[in-house]
Design a protein around this ligand. Structure first.
Ligand SMILES: NC(=O)c1ccc[n+]([C@@H]2O[C@H](COP(=O)([O-])OP(=O)(O)OC[C@H]3O[C@@H](n4cnc5c(N)ncnc54)[C@H](O)[C@@H]3O)[C@@H](O)[C@H]2O)c1
Length: 406
């Protein structure tokens, strides 16, 4: 079995940098992958959730890279592919079928592509693809979302920020994932005292929810440069005043970590003004959602950014931070590297297989150094490739690290 999701001891160290189409029934779609280079000594079950749009394209690439890199470390996988999001709505009528959640819970780790698309945009809320994703995160109880944003030297020109601002950025956003306004009650629609229609949500956090994400963030910061910035809106929101109070209380357990606090509006500004001031950021669900997307643009493209979602026990959920990109889906234009790097996070944080993770990270860097670029990170003088070709080049880079047989 995999290590517990929050056995973070050696996992969160600085620096971060470290085509399958849905089957008709999705049942019994377990395929055993034999290791290529060594006799398998370890065995894991991975649930693959390709989802919608570019999801199946990037999952296909990432799965091949995962298989090859892991096989070189003597690791064997059972993959089970299950439907989620719009694909699940089409095949089962639900955005997260019970079978999908059950398979995910029983596996060692879950690799997700993306969900959503125009087709389901007008569905009722409980039948939206996004509802399936929220149910999956809640069902797996993955409350800690780790979103690294690292400007790779090879891609510094892809950043929209000036080179001197972007160069060397290496930050980690630790986002609370299963609480706050996305889940808080009451929520809904109604009519106010003036007879006007209203929509409303509730931002609410309990002590244990803040304490546990704060501890993950302090542990993360401790393994990086020892600097943690907690982002809130404590000048306006009671939930944020309480957030700040609990984060400050937990700080006493980590005297070696320097804690600062920042309002979210200022943080949004500082991220583009001087992103290098940040190392680890901890924040609630909605602020983390927004700030991590903003941080992604510093790195050049949302197509480069992986994420890990971890719980106290059980399998972690690993996914790129981008969505299903319906505007480029099915055109072989997607950048698969965010998902490939999510597979590296799966190995590192989900399975504790650091060496295999490093093989993937090194292969991505090597592929970029050899000049291969998808459209979203392309700059003049490089080789423009599609999703599949990028995957093939990463595989070549993984392969080239194999020591030649004596
Ligand atoms: N975790 C998820 O599955 C997730 C996250 C965000 C949005 N969504 C869903 O995705 C759908 C589209 O949402 P959106 O357009 O706001 O966000 P998006 O991330 O799908 O796309 C935003 C922009 O980035 C581009 N892009 C995204 N990923 C890329 C990649 N790997 N390579 C190259 N370009 C890439 C897209 O082409 C688009 O121009 C919606 O249905 C939304 O609900 C899902």
């Amino acid at each position: 079995m995999a290590m517990s999701s929050l056995q973070l001891n050696n996992a969160i160290a600085k620096p971060f940098f470290m085509g399958m189409s849905p089957s008709s029934s999705y049942k019994n779609s377990v395929g055993r992958i034999r290791c290529a280079a060594t006799t398998p000594s370890k065995h894991y079950t991975i649930t693959l959730l390709p989802g919608d749009g570019i999801g199946p394209e990037v999952i296909s690439v990432a799965t091949n890279v995962l298989k090859l890199a892991a096989s070189l470390e003597g690791i064997e996988f059972d993959f089970q592919e299950m439907p989620v999001g719009g694909a699940a709505l089409d095949s089962t009528g639900l955005p997260l079928p019970a079978e999908t959640l059950s398979a995910a819970k029983q596996s060692d780790a879950v690799l997700l592509g993306a969900i959503g698309g125009y087709k389901w945009d007008k569905n009722e809320k409980h039948l939206k693809p996004e509802t399936g994703l929220l149910q999956l995160r809640a069902g797996l109880q993955v409350f800690a979302n780790l979103r690294p944003a690292t400007v790779l030297p090879q891609l510094v020109d892809a950043s929209t920020l000036k080179k001197e601002v972007a160069e060397g950025v290496d930050l980690m956003v630790v986002r609370e994932l299963t609480g706050g306004i996305y889940f808080g009650k009451p929520r809904g629609f109604g009519v106010n005292e003036n007879g006007q229609e209203i929509g409303f949500n509730t931002e609410v956090y309990a002590t244990h929810e803040i304490d546990r994400i704060a501890r993950v963030a302090f542990e993360t910061a401790r393994k990086r440069s020892g600097k943690l910035c907690s982002v809130d809106k404590a000048n306006v929101l009671e939930a944020s005043i309480f957030w700040r109070k609990r984060v400050t209380a937990i700080a006493s357990e980590y005297p070696d970590v320097e804690l600062s606090h920042m309002y979210v509006d200022n943080a949004a500004m500082q991220l583009v003004r001087d992103p290098k001031q940040f190392d680890t950021i901890v924040t609630n669900n909605i602020f983390g959602d927004i700030l991590s997307d903003e941080a992604s643009m510093i790195t050049g493209s949302i197509g480069m950014l992986p994420s890990a979602s971890l719980g106290e026990s059980g399998p972690g959920l690993f996914e790129p931070i981008h969505g299903s990109a319906p505007d480029i889906a099915g055109q072989d234009k997607a950048n698969p590297l965010a998902t490939v790097l999510s597979a590296a996070m799966l190995l590192k944080y989900g399975l504790g297989e650091e060496n295999a993770a490093k093989r993937i990270e090194a292969a991505v860097l090597d592929t970029l150094s050899r000049g291969y670029r998808t459209g979203d990170i392309y700059s003049a003088g490089n080789k423009l490739v599609g999703c599949k070709e990028m995957g093939e080049e990463v595989l070549k880079s993984v392969d080239s690290q194999v020591p030649a047989p004596v």
